[in-house]
Design a protein around this ligand. Sequence first.
Ligand code: NI
Length: 173
Amino acid sequence: MAIREIIILPDKQLRLVSKPIEKVTPQVRKLADDMLETMYDAPGIGLAAIQIAEPVRLITMDLSKKDDEQKQPRVFINPEILSVSEELSVYEEGCLSIPEYYEEVERPATVRIRYLDLDGKVHDEEATGLFATCIQHEIDHLNGVLFVDYLSKLKRDRVMKKFTKAAKQRAIG
Ligand code: NI
């Protein structure tokens, strides 16, 4: 396992549409391991492969509480949203690719998802609460969508400007 570098805004790779995984190979398992290690190190509760510059449809997640001793790592391969509830819920979201920036986002409260696990087995599952928000946020990453896209133009422009400026400063320094 290895901790990989997380790409951050305004890196253009974050806008790529990731490709489906055709077969669960040892390389895919290795990538999932690296993503989990990177996610725990950050620390974060979810990570999409594109966030470590790998444009494939792979997501890792762990929604267990911080003080839980038992980790609950989860891996979603080629996840799809099959249906969404009319009911909406609001969560304050953040993103490892947009560090230290948090805003409330409204999304469907419940979603039905389908995905493959690391054994290539298909799962159909209903996600609610934080799980629903997190899986929607991560699937968005696979489609090149970021949570700031749901904010007002004013807020989005402000955060884009802030991160563009910070990237320039990093390039100089
Ligand atoms: Ni994110």
